[in-house]
Design a protein around this ligand. Structure first.
Ligand code: ZN
Length: 404
């Protein structure tokens, strides 16, 4: 991870951003400035106090007057965008997806696979491995690809959502070992249903490998979920979605996830997957530091309504809601800047806390807080600059402005 990051600093550029409200870990700096040198944050503070001579006189400047200058957004759960799917398993598909999400302020992401045949997962892993270093090169006009999130295939058939039941199976360590032999430490995150035979043992083993384990697509009751947490699972995949409903005598997965402070809860904040009241319940129980905004976006993100695929399954998108023929939600068309906006406008979360859920929290879940997640000198020069409408106006990755 550290070595990968050095590559970004070598290929990074210089940039000055001035005039906006700059969000730091200590709060907003009104009329702030950010200076990026060789792709790394060299100054974060008031515009008046900006030291001269950090960068050369011909360094490009972004005037962020009226904007909010935030750390680059990070998405640990997305499947596609702009017509392409991670399961296409091509460099071009990942180029398109990282660009589409980059346009909306995402500067780093995991590519999420879905439940599929082992050979297909291996193909996808091989391409992700190939693209990870490419996405740190100066000519990559998109979010950095930080690794793989395996969403499945070890899931509950009854809580499959849009996962293809033909490929859902019981945990098999040999399969995961083959993926690791292809992608190495690029396997960052795995979603698993803890009630399956062998799942608790697999959670313990994944944790030992340094892979973050997330609970999802599950029918686990409260006790089994707590056992999964004790075994090392500390993340919940799209909380409430593809989990048993919260019931006062059968509290189930949701109560365990919301009630345990070691678990970070994903939220798909599109206003479709969750009622704003459910979004608020997650926020009130977990707080901003344990709530992780994700898009779970599929190929129809940044595209018109119509017919698409999620993996092999046909999906119809109507009014931005992606569904299988049986009505199951099939990923989203959400962008991460809009997720932040929705938390502010639908739930009433303070802006700085909504941003934290898409920056600091995913950076921590990626074990990348030393490089990403907040604006502090020495971290990567990645920015999402929000306009007054709380949507992304400019994206900066390693000091380079993304060309939309
Ligand atoms: Zn899912």
């Amino acid at each position: 991870m550290g070595d990968n990051n050095k590559q970004s600093s070598i290929s990074g550029e210089n940039l000055i951003v001035t005039g906006g409200r700059v969000l730091t870990p200590q709060g907003f700096i009104e009329h702030g400035a950010v200076v990026i040198k060789d792709g790394i944050l060299a100054y974060v503070g008031g515009a008046e106090a900006m030291p001269a001579g950090l960068v050369t006189a011909d360094t490009p400047v972004i005037d962020a007057t009226g904007c909010v200058v935030a750390p680059g957004l990070l998405d640990v759960h997305l499947h596609g965008g702009a017509g392409c799917d991670v399961m296409d398993a091509t460099v071009d598909a990942l180029r398109t997806i990282t660009h589409a999400h980059g346009r909306h302020g995402t500067t780093g992401m995991l590519a999420a696979t879905i439940t599929a045949a082992q050979e297909h997962l291996e193909e996808a892993a091989a391409v992700i491995r190939q693209v990870m270093p490419l996405s740190r090169q100066p000519d990559w006009n998109g979010a950095q690809l930080l690794g793989l999130h395996m969403e499945g295939p070890y899931f509950s058939v009854n809580k499959r959502g849009a996962q293809n039941p033909a490929y859902i199976r019981h945990p098999d360590q040999a399969e995961v070992e083959r993926i690791i032999s292809i992608i190495g430490s690029g396997l960052k995150h795995m979603t698993i249903a803890p009630e399956l035979p062998g799942a608790i043992e697999m959670i313990r083993w994944l944790k030992q490998q340094g892979i973050r384990v997330s609970i999802g697509h599950t029918e686990a009751d409260y006790e089994v979920t707590m056992a999964a947490i004790a075994a090392g699972a500390d993340h919940a995949t799209h909380t409430f979605n593809a989990m048993p409903a919260l019931h006062h005598r059968e509290p189930g997965t949701v109560a365990a996830v919301l009630g345990d402070d070691s678990v970070t809860a994903e939220v798909i904040a599109d206003g479709i997957h969750l009622h704003p009241g459910a979004m608020n319940l997650i926020y009130k129980t977990k707080g901003a530091c344990l709530t992780c905004l994700v898009t779970d976006a599929m190929a129809a993100m940044d595209m018109p309504d119509g017919h698409y695929h999620l993996g092999e399954l046909p999906v119809q998108v109507i009014d931005g809601a992606a569904r299988l023929e049986n009505g199951s939600l099939a990923g989203s068309t959400l962008t991460l800047d809009r997720a932040v906006k929705n938390m502010v406008e639908l739930v009433g979360v303070p802006l700085e806390e909504a941003i934290r859920m898409a920056t600091y929290v995913p950076a921590r879940q990626l074990n990348m807080l030393e490089q990403k997640g907040t604006l502090a000198v020495g971290k990567d020069g990645d920015l999402c600059i929000f306009g007054a409408d709380l949507l992304c106006r400019h994206t900066v990755i390693a000091g380079r402005r993304l060309v939309k």
